[in-house]
Design a protein around this ligand. Sequence first.
Ligand code: HEM
Length: 147
Amino acid sequence: MFAAKELDVFDLVALSGAHGVGRVRCRFTNGNSAMDPTYANDLRTECSGNPDKLVNQTDRSPGGDPDMMDNQYFKNIAKFVLFKSDATLISNATTRKQVNDNAANPDKWYKDFEAAMVKMGNIGVMTSPVAGLAEIRDVCWRVNGIY
Ligand code: HEM
């Protein structure tokens, strides 16, 4: 899917580091079968069967902070990340190397992340509205014409 948008495997790994920040609904937290069993158990308790409850990303290992965009995510793989797409990044030699590089060298990863974000931001940019189908937003986070 990334390739279809002209993002390569390098971009995929760099961008996945965004999963070091933010929250996830419980319904999406059981995809990583390599997860540390204690962590998996804690998550089940925290979620208490509520699929819409939010849990933190990357707050498990020492220094992990779900409100900080840092490279903790790459140090957490694979036992302490939430998605299969995260854990999978160490199952292939190429992506594993990049994961380890990013874990060891946050400044390099920040630069790679910036570049990949710019690439992603340029995907399918609309330059004029398509009547009845799409609009250019006046404010990026809301559709036009409301409040
Ligand atoms: C590899 C493909 C990806 C998959 C399968 C994936 C999957 C997910 C899922 C399932 C969630 C939880 C959503 C929810 O509970 O509502 C999530 C959250 C998030 N994702 Fe991804 N994601 C991917 C790529 C990315 C990329 C490329 C970025 C940005 C560069 C990103 C940034 C985030 C962030 C920041 C959150 C937390 C959102 C919040 O706190 O509100 N993800 N992702």
